[in-house]
Structures are given as structure tokens and as C-alpha cells.
Design a protein around this ligand. Structure first.
Ligand code: HEM
Length: 400
């Protein structure tokens, strides 16, 4: 009989496949009508949300008070790049999803290898085309503004970096690390679809428009996507995963907590000095609430959950899981400090208005989690090879 964990996994897999099937035709055809659309996605969102959302203020099609329509105009000069980007992105998304089918992999290993190479090359293609667009486009004209531009740079680097690490680890016959890193690269490839999920879920409640929905959604995007990867890969840990990591020690947790507390302090001081209601020409200004609901609250809940997962694995005596959750906890605890650094960079180096720079904080908390995940995957498997783990070796996946 299927366990709760198996049923949950199957349901999550079906939901993901349905979402990809819904999104892929829209993104594949995004530029088929030329650089300014309207395209299939616009009409789907016109029907599902509202005509105002698809074509009004903050939609990308809107004309500003000075008569310019800046967003889609950027695609006129980057049309070939973006046509390639959306086509390669769609191919990468669909190919990546198919790699999670155990049945397909067992039946035809050669196909899995070929599709794996397509996926890795696709991630690099998405990186190259996204970078080309960002290099050619003024950050103020990137959809959702300079904060979004910084996020896209980080996303591009993260996707390419994880894909390269996944490739290197399989060349070294390191199956566990390969699986973890490829899963994380796929999670980041889902970012484009994640934003559409935000549009569908946040817009009907908050009516903020696409640009603001994007800013709200990016705050917990990386954290959410990498958490999906953590939950998926944990069944492969037992007996195959090292536990002797400097990032999983009590000392590492204490240092991360102290650094994070300092980050909270800095952020609290900056929050008190922020003009939360400064008007913006392209999106609805909702005061501090989008940051409280999209970054502060999710961070507090998520970090508590990571602590609970680590403690529970420790009580079970599952050393591999304990080390993994503790490392992720270190990433989570340090989140406010990473966020404060990101806010400082956005404000001082990039010259971003403070109110926009705040949207970097939540995303950088997620970046901290991605780094902790990648560090754990690379550090502990290499060490596990040198010194086998003492935990009992089991062919069965860990249920909890
Ligand atoms: C994961 C790494 C990715 C990065 C770094 C990235 C980056 C970018 C950038 C820089 C833009 C232009 C932003 C703007 O509109 O101002 C963009 C737009 C777009 N991307 Fe991606 N992308 C990624 C993944 C994907 C994937 C996997 C798909 C397809 C499944 C995709 C489809 C699109 C489409 C259709 C657009 C144009 C629509 C829009 O502006 O929202 N992207 N992306």
C-alpha cells in the first residue's frame, strides 16, 4: 500500500505536470506575434484575471503618462535573443520535468542521458540569452524595475552554476550529488512559471498589477523553489549522504544565528527610515505590507520549520538528514544578514530607491538557502566517498 509520503509525492508530481502543460504553450508562443504581442499568454490572462491586468497599468503593454510604452519596446531591439530565450526555456522546462520519471529512466537510460544533456545545455542557453537581454537593456526598463533585474542576474547565475555542478558530479559518478544539483537547477528553471502562478493567486486578492505581483512573488520565490527540491531529494539521503560537514555543526548554527540577528537589527533600522508610501509611476504602492507578508513572515515560519526538521531528524537518529536540515537551517538563519547585504548593494552600488531595494531582501534569503543546499550537496558527498557514513544503509527511501 502506498505510504502518505508516496501519495504526496505522486500528487505533487501530477500538479507540477499539469502546471507545466498549462504554461508551456504560452511561453513557447510568447514571441510568435512579433516583439509587441499581444500573444496567447495575454489572452489567457485577460480571460482568467481581467483585461486591465493583461493590458492595463503595470501589464507591460501599458502606455505611460509621457506616451512611452517602455517594456515591450525593449523586446524590439532584443527580439532574436528573447525569441531564443523563450523557446530554449520552454524546451528546458519540459525536458527537465521528464527527467523525474523513474519509469522512463529505468526503461531507457540512454534517453535519460541524452535528455539530461539537453537540459544542461538548455540551462546554459537560458543563462546566455537572459544575460544578453540584461546587458542590452537599461535596468529601469526591465519589467518590474531594477530590483527585478538584480534578481534575474542572480537567477541566471544560479541556474547555470547548478547545471554545471550537476554535470560535473555525474562525470565523477557522484549520483547523489548529481540528483540533488540537477533537481535544484530544475527548481530554478520553474521560476518563470512561478511568477505566472503568482499572477493567478495574488492578483485576484490584491489587485496590484503584474509588475507589483512580480516584486511580491520574487521575495519568497527562491526559498519556495529550493524547499521543493529539499523535500524531493531527502528520500535519497539515507546511507548515501555524508554527515560530517562543518556547516552542520552546533557552532555553525550559532554563528549563523548571531549573523542573522545582526541582519535583523540592520533591517529594522533601515525599515524605520524607509518612505514606504513613495509613489511609483508603474505600480501600485502598498506600503510595507508586501515586504512583511512576502519576506519577513515567510522567513520566520520557514526558519522555524527548518529547525523543527533538523531536531526531528536528530531525535530519530538519522544522521544524514540531521546534517542536511541543519545546513539548510544555517542558510535560513543567516538570511536576514544576506538580505541586508543585498539591500545595501542595491541601494549604495546600484543606486536603487530604498522602497524598491527592499524587494531584494526576501530573494536573498532564498539565495542563502540555495547556497546552503549547494554547499551541502557538494561538500558531503565528496566526503562521504572518503569516509563512509555510520548510518544504516537502506534501499528503502526515508519516509519522513
Ligand atoms: C531560470 C532562469 C531564467 C532567467 C535568468 C530568465 C531571465 C529572463 C529575462 C532577463 C527576461 C526579460 C525580462 C523582462 O521582461 O524585462 C525574461 C523574460 C522571459 N522569460 Fe525568462 N528567464 C529564465 C527562465 C525562463 C524559462 C525556463 C522560460 C520558459 C519556460 C522563460 C521564458 C521567458 C519569457 C516568455 C519571457 C518574456 C516574458 C516576460 O517578459 O515576462 N524564462 N526571462
Amino acid at each position: 500500500m502506498a505510504t502518505l509520503a508516496t501519495r504526496t509525492r505522486t500528487t505533487a508530481g501530477v500538479v507540477l505536470a499539469v502546471l507545466v502543460a498549462f504554461y508551456a504553450p504560452m511561453t513557447l508562443t510568447y514571441f510568435w506575434n512579433g516583439p509587441s504581442g499581444p500573444n496567447l499568454q495575454d489572452h489567457v490572462f485577460e480571460f482568467l484575471v481581467s483585461p486591465r491586468f493583461a493590458f492595463g497599468l503595470g501589464s507591460g503593454h501599458d502606455v505611460r503618462a509621457d506616451g512611452s510604452a517602455p517594456h515591450f519596446a525593449t523586446f524590439a531591439t532584443t527580439y532574436t535573443t528573447m525569441w531564443l530565450h523563450s523557446t530554449i526555456g520552454t524546451l528546458t522546462l519540459v525536458t527537465g520535468l521528464s527527467q523525474f520519471s523513474e519509469r522512463l529512466r529505468r526503461r531507457n537510460m540512454a534517453l535519460h542521458r541524452t535528455l539530461g544533456k539537453v537540459f544542461i545545455l538548455g540551462c546554459l542557453g537560458v543563462f546566455a540569452t537572459a544575460s544578453s537581454y540584461l546587458l542590452q537593456t537599461d535596468s529601469r526598463l526591465v519589467f518590474s524595475g531594477p530590483a527585478f533585474e538584480e534578481v534575474l542576474w542572480l537567477l541566471a547565475a544560479g541556474t547555470a552554476g547548478l547545471a554545471i555542478l550537476a554535470f560535473v558530479s555525474i562525470r565523477r559518478r557522484d549520483l547523489v550529488a548529481h540528483r540533488e544539483l540537477a533537481t535544484a537547477a530544475f527548481a530554478l528553471i520553474c521560476s518563470a512559471g512561478w511568477l505566472r502562478a503568482m499572477w493567478l493567486s495574488v492578483e485576484p486578492v490584491a489587485h496590484m498589477g503584474k509588475e507589483m505581483d512580480n516584486l511580491f512573488g520574487i521575495q519568497f520565490a527562491a526559498a519556495f523553489l529550493i524547499t521543493c527540491a529539499m523535500v524531493y531529494v531527502r528520500r535519497f539521503w539515507r546511507g548515501q549522504r555524508g554527515a560530517d560537514s562543518p556547516l552542520a555543526t552546533g557552532r555553525a548554527v550559532r554563528v549563523a544565528a548571531a549573523t542573522g540577528a545582526l541582519g535583523v537589527l540592520v533591517l529594522a533600522v533601515v525599515a524605520a527610515r524607509t518612505d514606504w508610501y513613495a509613489a511609483h509611476p508603474s505600480w501600485f504602492v502598498a506600503g510595507p505590507w508586501p515586504v512583511i507578508l512576502g519576506a519577513a513572515l515567510p522567513w520566520a515560519l520557514h526558519t522555524s520549520w527548518l529547525g523543527w526538521m533538523a531536531a526531528r531528524a536528530g531525535r530519530r537518529g538519522d544522521v544524514a538528514a540531521h546534517a542536511a536540515w541543519r545546513t539548510y537551517l544555517v542558510g535560513g538563519l543567516a538570511g536576514p544578514a544576506v538580505g541586508a547585504l543585498g539591500l545595501g548593494f542595491a541601494r549604495v552600488v546600484h543606486g536603487m530607491p530604498l522602497q524598491q531595494a527592499w524587494f531584494m531582501v526576501g530573494y536573498l534569503w532564498g539565495v542563502g538557502l540555495v547556497l546552503a543546499y549547494a554547499a551541502h550537496a557538494t561538500l558531503t558527498t565528496r566526503w562521504a566517498k572518503r569516509r563512509p557514513v555510520a548510518a544504516p544503509v537502506s534501499a528503502e527511501p526515508v519516509a519522513a
